[in-house]
Structure formats: structure tokens, C-alpha cells
Design a binder for this molecule. Sequence first.
Ligand code: BGC
Length: 794
Amino acid sequence: MPERLARLGLERKVRLLTGADFWALHAEPAVGLRRIVTSDGPAGVRGERWDEREPSANAPSPTALAATWDEARVERLGGLLAAECRRKGVDVLLAPTINLHRTPFAGRHFECLSEDPLLTGRIGAALVRGLQAAGVAATVKHFVANDSETERMTLDARIGARALRELYLAPFEAIVRGARPWAVMAAYNSVNGHTMTESPLLTDVLEGEWGFDGVVMSDWFATRSTAESAGAALDLVMPGPDGPWGEALVAAVRAGRVPEAAVDRKLQRLLRLAERVGALDGAQPAATAPWPPESVAAELRAAAAASFVLARNTGDLLPLDRRALRRVAVVGPNAAVARTLGGGSATVLPPYAISPVDGLRAALGDGAVVHGAGVTTRSRLAAATAAELRGDAELRFLGDGDAVLATERRAGGGYAWHGAFPAGVDATALRAVEVRARVGTGAAGEHVVGASGAGRFRLELDGRLAFDERLAPPPDADPGAVHMRPPQRGVPVTLPAGGSVDVVLRHDVEQAIVAFQLNVEPPRRPDDEEIARAAELAAGADAAIVVVGTTEEVESESFDRETLALPGRQDELVRRVAAANPRTVVVVNAGAPVLMPWLDDVPAVLLTWFGGQELGHALADVLLGEREPGGRLPTTWPAGEDGLPSARPVDGALEYAEGIFVGHRARGGPPALLPFGHGLGYTGWEYGAIEPDGGDGVRVRLRNRGPRPGREVVQVYASRGDGAVERPPRWLAGYAAVEAPAGAEVEVRVELPRRSFEHWDERAGAFVLEPGAFDVAAGRSAGDLRCATRLTPA
Ligand code: BGC
């Protein structure tokens, strides 16, 4: 490497340390470096363009992956994502997100894995291994404590040393040490007074203690200084081409404020990354075979089913016997339009998305499924879907005097360009983008047609001006708000059945990132009518499936949740449907915990997360017993909102006042609605003895006492009643999965790493093992421990 660097002057070297554009890094032929492309992550690989014509395989979201407790499966999915990266020319995936589920109010909860550092570390490491074995870099993010979104750019997370080490840094440590990721992303926020792009944790802990040898890149627009961040262990400023380094860094080096050796060090890391992903002359990256679409579908279908958590199943209602099903009512707001992924930068545009209605129709036949929408849960306008456009939309890219620079045909109403426009369109010459379309939903009644985005919009409907206005986000809005929660304006349009309206929507271009939507909302029937209809459909069916869930207004990036209650009148819908049909299954389509005040009053509840593009097929498989609902909760589902850690900073500071007592580790407080680790599956398990195995583990005997083969996740929790160190009442110390045929007895070894028993000693500045014995108990969840022993770790 040093000889390559010697070929470059200071300016050329510094240029490489800021992105070339929104997603890519600069090429430098003088050192044999080609362009390196990054992309989000983690539910798929978007690629450089946000465009429905270049779809991306959509995997279940991270909470679902953690719910599998299955590293082999997640590693395979990492391989699938790596193949997607290669197909889309991506070298660096901006995943996994391993911030912890400190509070279920966090907007990006769905994008993180678990409340538990051990589970997060193991599942995150598996994804990293799967990606990197195929020559694609993983980017472990966001280092550290970006555990909620409110004021994420500026908040100072105040975290005690033990909580920081034992919880928030722990999964980063496990993954860096165990899976050697090639990149880490520094978070927006500060921790204990240092903004993360300048934090001593980068130099002292990430590199110094753990030996991280990859690239530390900033989160997008997170770098705030020149000399301070360059003097820290930050290697790459994203995105580009502008930023606080560039010429300012060259000047800082010349003025002696930043040593040139610091620049060289960053560049060496960048070239190492280039070599690893095959972007440097002569480097041989690991090969990846493409995945045919049928294999992608099969893998995603199996993964979704493996993540579903059967929360309740009274009287073994599930699985349903398909021979006894002449008619099934599939109702609820997420029944026909399921959420397959969460919002924000994690969004990808899948080639298709199988809803629960689609999945059950495919399994049972069209005639066997009746559907009702239930209630309305969204208050914002949605982008026009392909089905709502009569033919494609025509986009015109306009220059001075409205000269048409280029046109393209698009099959949806969501558009985004991050500085790069279609061929022939020079960003500096672009003045406006115009969408011409004919829209209609087929339904009769009052629709809403509108626009979302920031800046000036002009909407004409059937040749008449509807509005010409500037839409502005609130002054303190997150920079991501233009994507995540843009301002909107809609106008009512009454259409007859089958009717449509001509739309011309013009948006003036004012900056490099252009993102907006053409919105169409179909007429809505009042909730009272829809609830009554859903109950009626349920009453006349052999079984009722109510699919409830969250929306993009609730779970996304750049804001947190205001409440954990299901949006709209969904709780009422559930109660009404369950009262109408005793064979009611509630399917919860959410990436994070929601309140379920009706849990004890419905026979069966299945939690499906954001299940990816095969969600509906996987749901049919599980409801009909073709597959096991394999998931176990990666996070405690609280019974209410009281006592949960807050995501609201006060005067710019977010106190992690609960310290090490998070999730299933919490002290006191109301019992969980569903404990961490919970998940019934379709068979029953009888636990026998647990014994220390003489090394760093225990052996647990158990028997599948149910009627089917199954997979059990044997969880081992530690506790220490008599020690001098303050500790959570119990914590996950290890886990292992085991499969067994019906009736079979099996033994499983659960490794309990020494770290599971150590605590961070603030005075020693090190992890320390308190001498003596710990209690360890194995069971089905943190709330269902079946056998116990004592163990003195070595
Ligand atoms: C998010 C990152 C993401 C980046 C690029 C940021 O706003 O926090 O997770 O990778 O944008 O899209």
C-alpha cells in the first residue's frame, strides 16, 4: 500500500476521503482504484437508484432475522444480499444496524435486531460473515447509541460506563472481534459529550482495544468538523462530493493542524477495503454466484416463516386444517396491502410483495377467501401505485424555457434522485421535473390527488390548476424528512366507478437531491361501516384472520413513535371480529412491539414482523401448518407504556437513566405482556436436566412431547443473588437451537461464554469476573424457565 500512496499528492489523497457522490467513492486510476459503491441495507439492496424499474429482493426486516435465533439462516441471507449487491454493482452494504432495542418507542426499532447484546452480536455477526464471504463489505452501524431517532443529529446520549460496555458497545465488540467487518458507520449522535464522528471511542475502543482494521465512515452528513474529525479515527466522509474535509483538510494538513500521516492512515484503510471488495487492481474478491429468482423466493419464504412468533394458541386453533376451510375471512388494514419492510433509508422497492390475502388465495383458491379492509390507519397520502396509474406516468426533465432534456416512463408515483439523473440530464441544467399521468382507482367517490415533497409543486387536474404552492418541512426537520415524512398537499377529486383524471404535476428543482411523490388516495368507507362488514364476513366464515399492524407513519427513520398502541381503531376491529368468530387468528404485521389489550380475549396471535416480499406465502404456510412458526421474541413485548425508557432528549441530552436494566434485564416494573424469548411453535417441549459440561457450557435434555417435528431455541439465563456486584435480576447467557422429531428426546449443549458472566469494572477499566458461582436456568423464554443449576465459570 505505501508504494501506491507515494504516487499521490496531498490533494489527490484527501479527495479520496470524501464520497464522490451520494453513494459512491472516487476512483483513482493512478493507484489502480476503481469506483466503490455503497448502498442501504438492511432489508435488501437498493443500489444507486431509487427506482421501481430496478427492483431489489426484499428480505424480512432485522427484528424478524433476530427472531429466528438462527445464525446459519442469517448467514445464508447475507449471501443472498451479497449476490444482490453484485447484481446491482454494490461493493459495500450499509448493514447490519445493531443499535439495541433500548425502547420500543424507537422509530427504527424494526431495523435493529434485539434488546439483547448477545443475540444482536450473534445474529449481526452471521450477516457480516454471509456478506463478506462473498466479497461484499458489511458496514456495522451506527457506532454507537443511535438507539432512537428524536434529535438524532444532535442528541448527547449520556450513558454510564457499565451500560455502555455491557449493552451498547457489546454487540459491536462481538462482531468486530468475531466477524472482522470491513466497515463501521459512525453515528450522528454524541455519546457522553463527544460527537461520534470525533469520539475517542473510535480510536481507543474500536481500533485500540478490539483491533478493527476496516474503514470508519460517517453516517450521511454526520461529519461536523475538519481537523477534529480528521484527527479522530474517522476515515471517510459520506456523502460527497462536498463536505468538511476536501480543501479545508488539505489546508489543515499544510498548517500542521492535522499530520499528513493521519491522512495516509485513512487512505491505507480505504485501499484495504478496496482490495477486500475487489476494487483495487490485481485484487481477487471472493466470487458470488447469482441467485435465480425462484431460489430467492424460496429462501425468503422460509426465512419469513422461521421468524414468525406464535404468541398465543388457545385450544391449538393453529394450524388450521385446510380440509375444514371452505371460506376464510381475511380482514384488516394490512390484509391486502401488507407491510413487507419499514420506512426510511432501509426502504427497497421489491419486484412484488405477497400480501396475506394473496398468500391465502394462492393456497386455498380465490373463492375461499373473502376480504374486508377493516379500518383506516393512515392519515397521510400514499404514493400512487402502479395499479392506480392508467398506463405508465411520463416524466419530463425540463431545462431552461421548459426544454425537454429527457423523458422516462414510470410505473409508480414515488421518485428520488440523489444528484444523478437520467442520461442526458445535467444536474446543473435541470430546472423542473414534470409528471404526466392518468390516475384512478376504479372505485366511485371522493379520491384525493396530491403531491409530497419539499419545494414548489404545481398540480393540474384535467387541465385545471388545482394548486401551485411551496411545501416546506418544519424548520427543525431532520434532513432525511424529505424522504421519510415530507410535507403533503392534496385536493379532493370525485370520480365515477372506473373513472380517472389527467394529472400534470410539476416540481421545481432547487437542490441536488430531488425526491417527491404523486399521491392518490382511494375513497374510504367510514370505519364504522368497515368494522361491521369485517365482523359480518368473519361470522360467515370457517375462520377469521385479522391482519393488523403499524404503518410507515409509525415505524420509520428520523422520528420515534408517540404511542405503542395500534394506529386507528384496530383494537376495536380485533374485538369485533373475535366476537363474531371464535376461530379468529390475529396476525400482527409490525416491526416492533405494539400494545395488545385484547390478547387474553382472542384464541390465537401470530407476530409476523415486516416479513419481506414473501410475507403472504409464508403466512399461508404457517397458518395451514406447512411450516412451523419458528420465531422467538428478540425483545420483550411490554404490557403498557409506563416505565419504559424514554426516547425524548431533554435540553439536548438523552439520559440512559435505566442503566443496565433494559428489556428482560429490567428490575421491578409491570410484568411483560410477552416475555423476551417467547414463541410457542407447533409442538410442545418437556425440559429434563441441565448440567454444567465441565467446560464453558451446560447440557440440557429435552423432549419433543408434541405431535410434530419441531425446532426449539433453548435459552439459558444467568443470575447472581449473592454477589457484591449490582446486576439485572437475570440476563441471557447463551442459547442453542435443537430439532427433534415428534416424541424424541434430545440433548443440546449451550455454550456460555465467559463474557456472559463478566461485568465492566469501572475502576479497573476492564471486564472482570466476580469469583463464585452463578445460577443458570434453561427454558423457553425469560418468563418460562424449566430447569436450573449452578455453575462457576472458569
Ligand atoms: C441513515 C443510515 C443510512 C444513510 C444512507 C442515514 O440517514 O442513518 O443508516 O445508511 O442515511 O442512506
